[in-house]
Design a protein around this ligand. Structure first.
Ligand SMILES: Cc1ncc(C[n+]2csc(CCOP(=O)(O)OP(=O)(O)O)c2C)c(N)n1
Length: 276
């Protein structure tokens, strides 16, 4: 179902996604730029290689499910879905308008390809767990993948779902954490450290893989291992990333959590991205 791309082509898709995130945020004057830029390679590896999905059949029962639990980073998600063929790239011009399918937070009733509505942090893993349990009951074969933020992992509900999935060894459930170490108005460590993060997931009964979340080859290899491991119980991929990745003045800076570039910043960001 996924198109056959080599790593070089996927890197080029990731560059396109990054540029379109900046274009869309600038044009709309809105968007969560930092957390959208940190998830780019993760979404590229998922939608252009890993996930068994078919944009012409968004309701196909056996499609792999994806939940963007960090729903505020919808910009990166919409750009990826558009490039993958769920809707025209032109729709991105409507981002965040009241009458748009592309709301600030993903709405499964409005946007083609969105498997679940998100935005209230902490809930996506519980929803994914429910999907994985429903799959077992229906004897379907799809994989469920949930992308969480690290700040989001400070929510207690994440750990309730983790405890259940780990303890019951729920198969075909993969969590990915976009571990960019920055929250809304501070760093994670200054706010509430998650460490020792891997050990916590392991203690909850999960198999843990750690990767450089901006390295497509690393991500593909971790995802492929995760697909096999997930037959025996849940797997989490801790993807080490940089918030605002690709634009020097946004990187690691919480001020870019929920901000769009003005004209001057837009020109500077686009120049940096095109020089890469
Ligand atoms: C339940 C809930 N509490 C608070 C918020 C407000 N909020 C939106 S984004 C955010 C920070 C999330 O940080 P992180 O998960 O690290 O996201 P990323 O850095 O990947 O953008 C917060 C607190 C929310 N959306 N939902």
């Amino acid at each position: 179902m996924a198109p056959e791309y080599d790593v070089g082509s996927l890197e080029s898709v990731a560059r396109q996604i990054r540029a379109l995130i900046i274009d869309t945020a600038h044009a709309a004057g809105a968007g969560h730029t930092g957390g959208s830029l940190s998830e780019v390679e993760i979404l590229t590896a998922l939608y252009f290689s890993f996930l068994k999905v078919d944009p012409s059949r968004p309701d196909w029962e056996e499609r792999d499910r994806f939940i963007l639990s960090k729903g505020h980073a919808s910009l990166g998600y919409y750009v990826t879905l558009a490039l993958r063929g769920y809707f025209p790239l032109d729709s991105l011009k409507t981002f965040d308008r009241e009458d748009s399918a592309l709301q600030a937070h993903p709405d499964m009733h409005k946007c083609k390809g969105v498997d679940y509505s998100t935005g209230s942090l902490g809930q996506g893993l519980s929803i994914g767990l429910g999907m994985a349990l429903g799959r077992l009951k229906k004897n379907l074969q799809f994989m469920t993948v949930v992308l969480l933020g690290d700040g989001e992992c400070q929510e207690g509900q994440v750990w309730e779902a983790a405890m259940f999935a780990g303890s019951k060894r729920i198969p075909k459930l993969i969590a990915i954490v976009d571990y960019n170490k920055v929250q809304l108005s501070n760093t994670i460590d200054a706010n509430l450290s998650l460490e020792p993060f891997s050990i916590k997931w392991e203690a909850f009964g999960w198999n843990v893989l750690s990767v450089n979340g901006h390295n497509i080859a690393d991500l593909l290899s971790a995802l492929s291992r995760a697909r096999a491991m997930a037959e025996r119980g849940p797997v989490v991929i801790i993807a080490n990333t940089i918030k605002g990745k690709g634009v020097s003045f946004m990187e690691g800076n919480y001020e870019w959590h929920g901000k769009a570039p003005n004209d001057q910043e837009y020109i500077a960001a686009k120049k940096e991205l095109s020089d890469r």
